[in-house]
Design a protein. Structure first.
Length: 276
């Protein structure tokens, strides 16, 4: 386990749970916790992730959610040993339930009002890549990699990859990544828009914590409304977006946070936003 991954993992209470959740200073740290299997999904891990996201999203103290992986991996998708067992038994029913459990996770992520950040500390493959792509943005260690690798084992992309990937890199690049199933290293991923920031392994933990703290200090209402507006922009025209911006700008203008932000600017002091 790298020092940076170990440090981020320490934000979550040590336990045998496959998904860990801890809230500290406005940040919910969700850690996928099967380090011996590079955090591949097995058992009820998808349901545990769904529940952890729900608890974080409804916690009044949480202003930002960070998803990361324990050990040297972010998440390598479905555990192939589990898939092999299901296939050997012809258990379509359980496999379909697992597919739908992944859908539930992505739908919950899209409904979350707080910013959701993927801290990609190592390989993110298959459903692990899709999970990272479903976050609002992705920060990565230079040791990270990402790949939509489903067809390596004869499967189709899921967890919303066919929705998020073309929107991040364009249809042509998305087709190339899906059809080759190749893993992309951190620097190429940053260049083509899969990762938003890449940090050295030594700096990764500190930079993630710094970014999370900065987001947690931002005005929650303004971030929540901006997230909603950006999401709507993917399927809306200019007039609809101008109308949405105008309505939400007025909501922010009437908020206590706007009063605080303007007062702090005039008084040359840091603003203290309370989400009001």
């Amino acid at each position: 386990m790298s020092d940076s991954a170990a440090s981020i993992e320490s934000a979550a209470t040590t336990s045998t749970d496959t998904v860990l959740l801890r809230v500290e200073e406005g940040v919910a740290w969700i850690t996928l916790n099967r380090p011996d299997r590079l955090n591949a999904f097995a058992g009820d891990m998808r349901d545990r992730l769904h529940d952890a996201l729900g608890r974080a999203a409804t916690d009044a103290d949480v202003r930002v959610i960070v998803i990361t992986g324990a050990g040297r991996g972010f998440c390598t998708g479905a555990d192939v040993e589990v898939m092999s067992d299901l296939l050997g038994r012809g258990d379509d029913v359980t496999f379909e339930r697992l597919v739908h459990a992944g859908m539930r996770v992505v739908r919950r992520m899209q409904s979350i009002e707080q910013p959701v950040v993927a801290a990609v500390n190592g390989p993110a493959a298959g459903a692990g890549a899709s999970l990272a792509l479903a976050c609002d943005f992705r920060v990565a260690s230079e040791k990270a990699s990402i790949g939509v690798t489903f067809n390596r084992i004869g499967l189709h992309p899921d967890w919303g990859a066919t929705y998020s990937l073309p929107r991040l890199v364009g249809p042509g690049r998305a087709a190339e990544l899906v059809m080759t199933g190749r893993m992309v290293d951190a620097r190429e991923a940053e260049r083509i828009g899969l990762f938003d920031h890449v940090f050295t392994a030594d700096a990764f933990d500190g930079e993630v914590r710094k970014m999370a703290a900065e987001l947690a200090a931002k005005p929650p209402l303004a971030l929540r409304l901006a997230k909603q507006t950006l999401a709507a922009s993917l399927d809306s025209g200019l007039d609809a977006m101008l109308a949405a911006e105008g309505e939400r700008q007025m909501r922010c203008f009437r908020s206590a946070d706007a009063q605080e932000g303007i007062a702090a600017f005039n008084e040359k002091r840091p603003a203290v936003f309370r989400g009001e």
